[in-house]
Design a protein around this ligand. Structure first.
Ligand SMILES: [Zn+2]
Length: 451
């Protein structure tokens, strides 16, 4: 049988062996507990390791939840780039709870917590963990990605274009970090600036280099991530696209182009499986992948309806595993909302079940062809399907009912027999087949009609 969904490798390792990990593109589970733990959701770390030795760049996105240019770019980097020489570590979502809320920082500004943070702070674990990654001896350079206000100009023009604006800047804390490889921050930033300013989509999107002279002039900035890096002798800069650029694909394109320019300077060689232009980036930004819930339901997020009713879930500790690097979950009154970055993709109204099942696999006929399947599979058929009966198994095809039939197994069903209003997707092509043993929910099969 053709498996449509690639098996997701879940990695639970909390202590990190940087670059030691073989799995470079892991999908990690988000476990949502009903207890309010007052801890930010853990962030993801992707290790893109080149075949050839070289410098290591750490890319950090999503420290501010309302700056999508800062988290869609690293998500694309983690998903679609292969490193040939050197290494790239990618944290696409340093502040997951704020991204889902689309707010700068729901536990206050995380970028002001790097000089000191109390143990009771909800950001404590994420801040301490990223500090450890920044300090790792293998890391040669750190970038922190943002969307800032306005457009930076050396001379005051108006409230949008001025020297105090953060938008379209490469922010450095000081000109150089002496006796450290890649410590010439000012000239590196200027090289990226020069390169980017040749590729602007609008002339007024010009990038500039802004030196905050943090050590001597900016006390507040001394609490920031980049200054933490600098004080630990790690060259660092912030890349800021502009909040005033409304097109997310364009901001993402500028961010990726800046990262590529820096990789070039660092001698990091890479391949990506798409053309770096606005159209391709837009297509990538609007592709959401899928989520696996409790290992027994798979939902494809690109075509999913805005609301799904009666989704069988656990009373507590539901596990969500997204293929997308910045997939997120928000607990709401009647269930969960699923997000890609700050974009709400769907709302699941929960129907609570225990899930103590013996079911391991079952047999299904797709257009008269018999296949062995398991809960959570996505199956395709042209004409009809039939779920074979099994001892103790109750089959419920959502949107189909026949008087007197309790379990809808051994029935050959075609799309015309099922109410499309109950389909999972907007097009009405994917039907839910739910599997139960007594009171327990065992899983869902997605039956998709071929186009
Ligand atoms: Zn920011």
């Amino acid at each position: 049988m053709k498996r449509l969904i690639r098996k997701i490798v879940c990695v639970f390792v909390v202590s990190i062996t940087l670059l030691g990990a073989q799995e470079s593109k892991e999908a990690r589970e988000i476990v949502v507990s009903i207890q309010n733990t007052k801890q930010n959701t853990p962030f993801k770390l992707y290790t893109l390791k080149g075949e050839e030795e070289g410098a290591t760049l750490l890319v950090i996105g999503g420290i501010h939840g309302d700056e999508p240019g800062g988290y869609f770019a690293p998500a694309l980097l983690a998903d679609f780039y292969t490193i040939k020489k050197g290494n790239v570590l990618v944290v696409p979502n340093l502040n997951p709870d704020s991204i889902v809320a689309f707010r700068r920082g729901i536990y206050n500004d995380m970028n002001r917590k790097f000089a000191r943070i109390s143990k009771g702070d909800p950001d404590f674990k994420n801040v301490e963990r990223i500090k450890g990654i920044i300090k790792d001896s293998k890391v040669d350079f750190v970038i922190n990605l943002h969307d800032g206000h306005g457009f930076y100009r050396t001379k005051w023009e108006n409230s949008i274009f001025n020297p105090r604006a953060w938008g379209q800047t490469y922010v450095i804390d000081q000109k150089t970090l002496d006796n450290v490889p890649f410590g010439n921050l000012d000239s590196i930033a200027k090289e990226i600036e020069e390169r980017l300013n040749q590729t602007l989509h609008y002339d007024f999107h010009t990038f500039g280099v802004r030196n905050t002279e943090t050590k001597f002039k900016d006390e507040e900035q001394q609490n920031s991530l980049t200054f933490f890096a600098i004080t630990h002798l790690k060259p660092a800069l912030a890349i800021e696209t502009s909040k005033n650029i409304k097109e997310l694909p364009l901001k993402t394109l500028y961010q990726l182009s800046s990262i590529e320019a820096l990789m070039g300077i660092m001698g990091i060689e890479f391949e990506r499986n798409f053309v770096l232009d606005l159209k391709s980036v837009e297509a990538k930004v609007n592709t959401f992948g899928s989520v696996k819930i409790n290992d027994n339901i798979t939902l494809e997020l690109d075509s999913i309806k805005k609301h799904l009713n009666f989704v069988p879930l656990l009373s507590d500790k539901n596990r969500f595993s997204f293929t997308h690097p910045i997939g997120g979950v928000k607990k709401v009154k009647d269930g969960f909302e699923l997000y890609i970055g700050h974009k709400k993709v769907t709302h699941l109204k929960a129907d609570i079940f225990p899930m103590q099942c013996k079911l391991e696999s079952l047999e299904v006929e797709l257009d008269n062809k018999e296949v062995a399947v398991k809960a959570g599979d996505i199956l395709e058929f042209s004409k009809d399907f039939l779920v074979r009966g099994q001892d103790g198994l109750r089959v419920n095809v959502i949107g189909y009912s026949k008087k007197g039939v309790v379990s809808e197994h051994n029935l050959r069903l075609n799309p015309n027999m099922i109410d499309k209003n109950y389909a999972i997707d907007k097009q009405g092509r994917v039907f839910r087949v739910e599997l139960y043993e007594g009171k327990n929910f065992c899983g869902m099969l997605n039956m998709r009609t071929k186009e």
